[in-house]
Design a protein around this ligand. Structure first.
Ligand code: NI
Length: 270
C-alpha cells in the first residue's frame, strides 16, 4: 500500500494543480472537521493494445490491487474496469475506462492512431504511463475542437493525456455531510457549481450507488497556436449502500455513469 500511496500522492498533486476547485472543496470539507477518503480515482485511455486498460492498471496490480469488474458504457462508447485493494478498506477503488475509436468517424480514428504512434517507446514500456500526462506533444486547437464535436472524452484525453481524470470523495466516510443531498446543498451554498446533466444526483439507493460531481473548472492550456481556456477536471462524490447481504456495494453503474462523463463539458456561458 505504501507503494500505491506514493503514486496516489503524485496523482493528487497533479490533479489539484489542474483543478484548484477540487482542492477548495477538499479544504472546505477538512475545515468542517471531515476526513476525506477517496471512493475511487478515475483514469481515461483509448482502447488500443499499446495503451490498454491492463497496461495502465499495472502499477496498481504491482502494488497489490485486484481486478474486480468490468463495464460497458454504450452511449459513450466506452469500456471500463475497476480494481480494489482488499487489505485496506479505505484504499480508493481504481476505475479505468477506454474510449473505443472504432465507433467514431474516420477523422477520430486516424487522429487517435497517429497520437498513439507518436508516444515514445520508453514511455510505453514504463509502468509510469498512468501519470505520464500528455505524451503526444503540444495539441492543435482545431483538432481539439473537432474531436470535441464527436467526443468530449477524446478531446480531454488529447489535451491532458494520462493523469487522474477525477478523484471521488466517499460520502460514506463523511460525518456531517454523509447524505448526498445535504452535501450537494452545502457545496452549492458555498458557491460551487454542480453538474446537473441528468439531474444532480445520478443513481439511487436501490441501485446501491449515488453520485454527483462539480462542473469542471477551466484552465489555460498551451496549444500550438496560442493559449486557450478550456475545461479541466471535476471532483466527484459517491455514496454507497449495502446490498441484500449487508455488504457495501463496490461496483459502478453503467447507466448513471454515462451522465457523469459529461461533467467536463463546457460550463454554460453567461
Ligand atoms: Ni467516477
Amino acid at each position: 500500500m505504501i507503494k500505491a500511496q506514493k503514486l496516489f500522492d503524485q496523482l493528487w498533486h497533479d490533479y489539484i494543480s489542474q483543478n484548484p476547485e477540487a482542492k477548495r472543496v477538499y479544504d472546505l470539507l477538512v475545515s468542517e472537521g471531515e476526513t476525506v477518503v477517496n471512493d475511487h480515482i478515475a483514469f481515461r485511455t483509448f482502447d488500443d493494445p499499446r495503451i490498454s486498460i491492463d497496461i495502465l492498471a499495472k502499477p496498481f496490480i504491482d502494488a497489490g490491487y485486484e481486478y474486480k469488474g468490468d463495464y460497458v458504457f454504450e452511449e459513450k462508447k466506452l469500456v471500463a474496469k475497476h480494481y480494489e485493494y482488499k487489505p485496506f478498506r479505505d484504499a480508493p477503488r481504481i476505475f479505468i475506462s477506454a474510449l473505443q475509436p472504432k465507433y467514431f468517424s474516420p477523422f477520430l480514428q486516424t487522429s487517435v492512431a497517429e497520437l498513439i504512434d507518436r508516444i515514445p517507446e520508453k514511455i510505453l514500456d514504463a509502468s509510469s504511463l498512468i501519470h505520464a500526462g500528455n505524451v503526444w506533444g503540444t495539441p492543435e486547437y482545431d483538432t481539439y475542437l473537432k474531436l470535441k464535436e464527436e467526443s468530449e472524452y477524446a478531446a480531454w484525453l488529447y489535451v491532458y493525456g494520462f493523469r487522474a481524470n477525477h478523484f471521488t470523495v466517499s460520502i460514506n466516510a463523511l460525518k456531517k455531510y454523509n447524505d448526498i443531498y445535504v452535501l450537494n446543498q452545502f457545496l452549492k451554498d458555498q458557491g460551487f457549481v454542480l453538474n446537473a446533466s441528468g439531474g444532480e444526483v445520478k443513481g439511487t439507493p436501490e441501485e446501491l450507488l449515488e453520485q454527483s460531481s462539480t462542473k469542471a473548472g477551466k484552465l489555460d492550456v498551451q496549444f500550438k497556436k496560442g493559449v486557450f481556456n478550456i475545461p479541466s477536471c471535476y471532483y466527484e462524490f459517491a455514496r454507497r449502500y449495502p446490498d441484500q447481504t449487508g455488504k457495501l456495494y463496490g461496483g459502478f453503474i453503467a447507466k448513471s455513469a454515462d451522465k457523469i462523463f459529461e461533467s467536463t463539458d463546457n460550463l454554460p456561458e453567461n
